[in-house]
Design a protein around this ligand. Structure first.
Ligand code: SAH
Length: 422
C-alpha cells in the first residue's frame, strides 16, 4: 500500500521549499567574497545563522557535496548504485529567482532583507552569496527609489501600504531580466515615471510586471497582472531551445545547472528517436521540449494553467510539432492513459517536493512504460516512490545526485527505472 506520509528511511535532509530556500543574508558592509578558492573554501556568511536559508554554509563546497552524496546514498543505496554527485564549478550567485522581503527602519526608511529565522522581523541584506548579483542590485535600486515616489511598504499587521514584495527573475543565456512588483492595488501613483527611471538605471531589465495581491496570506503572488514595461514575461534558452517564462510559471532557480540536470535525465532515458515520451509535472515543458528532437511524440501534463500556456507557446516558439501539452492533475491524466491503454515508451517525471501519488504511480504500473526517469528535488519522497515502483516490478538501475542548490541542504536526484520484462 502506498503511504504518502511514510518517510522511507530515517530523515537526513530537512527542507523547506527548494524553489524558495529563504534568502541568505549578509550585511551590506561585508563583502561576500570567500576566504579561500576552490572547493575547499568556506562560504563564511555572517548572518547565515539569522537567515537560515543556507543550512550548509559552514561547510566547504567539497564537504557539502560529500554530505549530499551521503544523504542520497543512505536513502537510495539499498535500491541501486548511486553515481558521484554532479556539483557546480562555481557554486555562488546561482539563484536566478530572487524574492525581496521589505520593511522600514525606525525612521521609516525602507530596506530589503530576509526574515530572521522563525520570525517576521526583516534582517537587512543588500547582497547574498547565492543570489544573482544583477537581481540584488535591482532590488537595492527599487528600495532606494521608494521614498522619492512616496510608495509605502505594505504592513502585514495594519494591512496598509502599497508594495508587498519585489520578485526578480534573471535569464541565463538571453540575459533578460523580469521584475515583478507585488502590490495591494492596480492604482500605481507615479508608476510610469517610476518604471521609466528603473529601466533607465538598469537597461538589462526587459520587462516589469505589476502583480496585485490583496489577500492576507503568505502567498507571494496574486492572480491579477499588468505589464508596465515590456512583454510581461521573459525568455531564456536551455539545451538550445527557447523558453517563455511568465511570472507565475515554475522555472528552475539554478539555470546554470539546469542544463546539466536535463541532459542527465535525457541521457538516462536513452532515447533513440522512435519513442512516445510523457513529461509529467512538466512545468513550462522544458524537459520534454529539450528531448523533443530525440522522440517521435511528446506529451506533457501539468496542473498550473499558466505553465501549460507557456509550454504550448514554447513548443510553437521552437517549431516543435510533435508535442501536445495538457492541463491536468498528473495522477488523473495517468489513470486515463492507463484506462485507454495508450502506448508509452518513456516516462520522465519531475514532481514537486511531496513526490508523486498513488493514483499516478499505480497507473504507471498498469501502463508499464519500459523506462521511467524520475527527477526529484526531495530524495526522501523519491525513495518512497522508488520502493513502490520496485515492488510493482520495476528495476532501479542507477541514480545520480545533482547539486542544484549549493549552500542549502537541498539536493536534486535523477533515477532510472526499467522493466526487466520489457
Ligand atoms: N519539470 C519542470 C517543472 C518541475 S516542478 C521543470 O523542470 O521546470 C513540478 C511541477 O509540478 C510544477 O510546475 C507544478 O505546478 C507541477 N505540479 C504540482 N502538482 C501537480 C499535479 N498534481 N499534477 C500535475 N502537475 C503538478
Amino acid at each position: 500500500m502506498y503511504d504518502k506520509n511514510r518517510p522511507s528511511r530515517p530523515r537526513k535532509a530537512v527542507s523547506s521549499s527548494p524553489d524558495r530556500p529563504e534568502r541568505s543574508a549578509k550585511p551590506a558592509s561585508q563583502p561576500a567574497a570567500p576566504a579561500r578558492t576552490g572547493r575547499e573554501q568556506r562560504f563564511s556568511c555572517p548572518v547565515a545563522a539569522h537567515c537560515g536559508g543556507c543550512q550548509l554554509s559552514r561547510m566547504s563546497y567539497a564537504e557539502q557535496l560529500r554530505h549530499k552524496q551521503q544523504v542520497v546514498q543512505e536513502l537510495l543505496g539499498g535500491l541501486c548504485p548511486v553515481e558521484e554527485i554532479i556539483g557546480m564549478a562555481d557554486p555562488y550567485h546561482y539563484r536566478g529567482k530572487v524574492h525581496a522581503v521589505l520593511s522600514t527602519d525606525k525612521r521609516g526608511i525602507p530596506y530589503s532583507g530576509v526574515y530572521a529565522m522563525g520570525t517576521h522581523r526583516v534582517v537587512p541584506v543588500k547582497n547574498c552569496l547565492i543570489e544573482d548579483k544583477r537581481a540584488d542590485r535591482i532590488i537595492q535600486t527599487i528600495v532606494s527609489m521608494l521614498p522619492r515616489y512616496k510608495l509605502r511598504i505594505y504592513n502585514e499587521y495594519t494591512h496598509r501600504g502599497f508594495l508587498r514584495h519585489i520578485l526578480v527573475r534573471t535569464a541565463n543565456v538571453t540575459g533578460q531580466v523580469m521584475v515583478v512588483l507585488v502590490a495591494t492595488g492596480r492604482e500605481f501613483p507615479g508608476g510610469k515615471a517610476f518604471v521609466a527611471e528603473l529601466v533607465k538605471t538598469h537597461p538589462e531589465i526587459t520587462t516589469v510586471v505589476l502583480n496585485v495581491n490583496t489577500r492576507e496570506t503568505s502567498m507571494v503572488l496574486g492572480k491579477t497582472e499588468t505589464a508596465l514595461y515590456g512583454p510581461g514575461y521573459m525568455e531564456d534558452e536551455l539545451c538550445g531551445k527557447r523558453f517563455r517564462i511568465s511570472p507565475q510559471s515554475f522555472y528552475q532557480v539554478n539555470l546554470r545547472q539546469t542544463e546539466v540536470l536535463y541532459r542527465t535525465a535525457i541521457e538516462y532515458a536513452g532515447l533513440t528517436g522512435g519513442e512516445t515520451l510523457l513529461d509529467a509535472y512538466c512545468g513550462t515543458g522544458t524537459i520534454g521540449l529539450c528531448a523533443s528532437d530525440h522522440v517521435r511524440k511528446l506529451i506533457g501534463v501539468e496542473l498550473n494553467a499558466d505553465a501549460v500556456r507557456d509550454a504550448k507557446e514554447n513548443a510553437r516558439l521552437n517549431g516543435v510539432s510533435n508535442a501536445r501539452f495538457f492541463c491536468d492533475d498528473a495522477g488523473r491524466f495517468m489513470v486515463r492513459m492507463a484506462q485507454e491503454g495508450q502506448p508509452l515508451d518513456v516516462l520522465i517525471m519531475d514532481p514537486p517536493r511531496a513526490g508523486s501519488d498513488e493514483k499516478f504511480l499505480s497507473s504507471v504500473l498498469t501502463l508499464r512504460p519500459p523506462k521511467v526517469v524520475y527527477v526529484s528535488c526531495n530524495p526522501e519522497t523519491l525513495a518512497r516512490d522508488a520502493e513502490y515502483l520496485v515492488q510493482g516490478g520495476y528495476r532501479a538501475v542507477k541514480a545520480v545526485p545533482v547539486d542544484m542548490f549549493p549552500c542549502t541542504e537541498h539536493v536534486e536526484t535523477v533515477m532510472l527505472f526499467t522493466r526487466p520484462d520489457a
